[in-house]
Write a protein that binds this ligand. Structure first.
Ligand code: GLN
Length: 477
């Protein structure tokens, strides 16, 4: 089975007419998961629990008492706390750890009758762009198993791609929802910073981390956003702004002003087919009467270094809590307290995570703080201000989501800089705190998905989603 449904309303209509049931859907997804174990998308499948919740939800539906996500089967990235369930962030250091509470988003999703079918593989502590830093091995792209699925939410993207669930929840610090969605052909949204609570989400870089939905239709992305978003007394960084009913009316009309960044188009690292996709869409949007203009963004060369200096600094602090005493793995070779810390951390963290903790500690150290961390903070502000200025004159910024399509497993692991440069188009929104969405727009000659990204002003998800739906429908006709 490849997933027949692209949106939840079609599922709910078929359940209503007796053509399917939540139990049947869960059984079909479980079968699909079973047949694709080699993709390594799931770290754990909650099969029995999903089946028993499915029959409860079937009865709720019969009694007309079901929540708005009834019939939706969801996979969650393994950095989202779900009470009573294991949680590892794909790291050895959290081996054997079980969540003692649920994240706010899980509570909100369950309250609307979602079914969580399992937790998905990801880069260790969400640090990576290919799902190759996971302690549990790489995830493979369903369309070509020699290719990466992207990362860090790679398992989540493949679970949606291969019809092992209906939709998934990932996290996006610098692109981890959008880039794997682009590599796997689904839609991925990074909402405005502060739109969704992060209570119960394992922290990587707290001034960047966001939760985001991954699905096959804009309707479902909108629906998941509306259920998860909004104020939360457990997370002081969440915006108090009221949550619109994003999914209620996604119709679009009118003409928009769209900017594309000339430096992005001219960059030599952009794959020719992706460049052509962008140029073709620019032309088509113009033909449809929208204003599409190039703008200069002279900070393009600085976005990746700024992002990595700041996220590594924040990561070094956030990951200090994994000490072999409080959580998960404790080295059996330790002899005293200090060696417990040293050995547990050395043995428990993988190579990439250790690289980031060490570099993050370095940029925060007193002798180098001003030269790296403080400077990067200033540049972040300049990047943000310029981005906001562009979005003052234009409704959206259009760019590729990624410079290349899915690359070979192993290809970029030799050189971290090459891997980091894959994030060139996704980190701008993360640095600026604005919402951005990746939209799948067909495949390249080799059959791999291609995608473009749209970003908008903070808290303008409503317009972003409406325009995305129109954009996808327009391109598919
Ligand atoms: N690839 C980026 C990084 O490694 C983004 C990761 C993410 O968004 N979690 O930091």
């Amino acid at each position: 089975m490849t997933e027949l449904y692209t949106n939840l309303s079609a599922i709910q209509a078929d359940i209503q007419q007796g053509k399917t049931s939540v139990v049947k859907l869960v059984e079909a997804y479980l079968q699909q998961i079973d047949q694709h174990r080699h993709l390594n998308a799931f770290l754990e499948v909650f099969d029995q629990e999903a089946l028993s919740r499915a029959s409860e939800i079937d009865s709720k539906l019969k009694n007309g008492k079901a929540g708005k996500l009834a019939g939706m089967v969801l996979a969650i990235k393994d950095n989202i706390c779900y009470k009573g369930h294991k949680l590892s962030a794909s790291s050895k250091i959290l081996e054997g750890f079980t969540s003692i509470y649920s994240s706010t988003i899980i509570e909100r999703l369950l309250a609307e009758d979602v079914i969580v079918i399992g937790r998905t593989n990801c880069d260790e502590f969400a640090m990576g762009g290919s799902n190759e830093t996971s302690h549990y091995g790489p995830v493979k792209n369903y369309l070509d198993t020699t290719k990466v699925p992207g990362g860090s939410s790679g398992g989540a993207a493949v679970a949606v791609q291969a019809g092992m669930c209906h939709a998934a929840i990932g996290t996006d610090t610098g692109g981890s929802v959008r880039q794997p969605s682009a590599f796997c052909g689904s839609i991925g949204l990074r909402p405005t910073y502060g739109r969704i609570s992060r209570h119960g989400i394992i922290a990587y870089a707290s001034s960047f981390d966001q939760v985001g939905p991954m699905a096959k239709s804009v309707e479902d992305v909108a629906l998941l956003l509306e259920v998860m978003a909004g104020a939360d007394e457990y997370d002081a960084t969440v915006a108090q702004a009221p949550v619109p009913e994003y999914s209620k009316d996604l119709s679009f009309s009118g003409k928009k002003r769209i900017a594309y960044i000339s430096e992005a188009l001219d960059s030599p690292g952009v794959d020719p087919e992706i460049k052509k996709l962008l140029l073709d869409n620019i032309e088509q949007l113009k033909r449809d009467g929208h204003t599409v203009e190039p703008v200069s963004f002279k900070y393009m060369d600085y976005v990746v270094p700024t992002y990595y200096i700041l996220t590594m600094a924040e990561a070094s602090s956030n990951l200090a809590r994994y000490d072999g005493v409080h959580y998960g793995y404790r080295s059996p070779n330790a002899t005293d307290l200090e060696s417990t810390y040293k050995k547990s951390r050395s043995e428990g963290f993988g190579k990439e995570v250790k690289r980031r903790i060490m570099l993050g500690t370095f940029v925060l150290s007193s002798g180098y703080y001003d030269a790296y961390y403080a400077k990067a903070q200033k540049i972040r502000r300049m990047i943000r201000d310029k981005t906001v200025e562009i979005l003052h004159n234009y409704d959206f910024i259009l760019s590729p989501t990624t410079p290349t399509p899915a690359f070979n497993i192993g290809e970029n692991m030799k050189d971290p800089i090459v891997m980091y440069l894959e994030d060139i188009f996704t980190v701008q929104a993360a640095l600026a705190g604005i919402p951005a969405i990746s939209l799948p727009l067909g495949n390249n000659a080799a059959g791999l998905p291609l995608a473009l990204q749209l970003s908008a002003q903070t808290f303008n998800e409503t317009e972003l989603l409406k325009f995305s739906k129109y954009f996808l429908e327009r391109s598919n006709n």
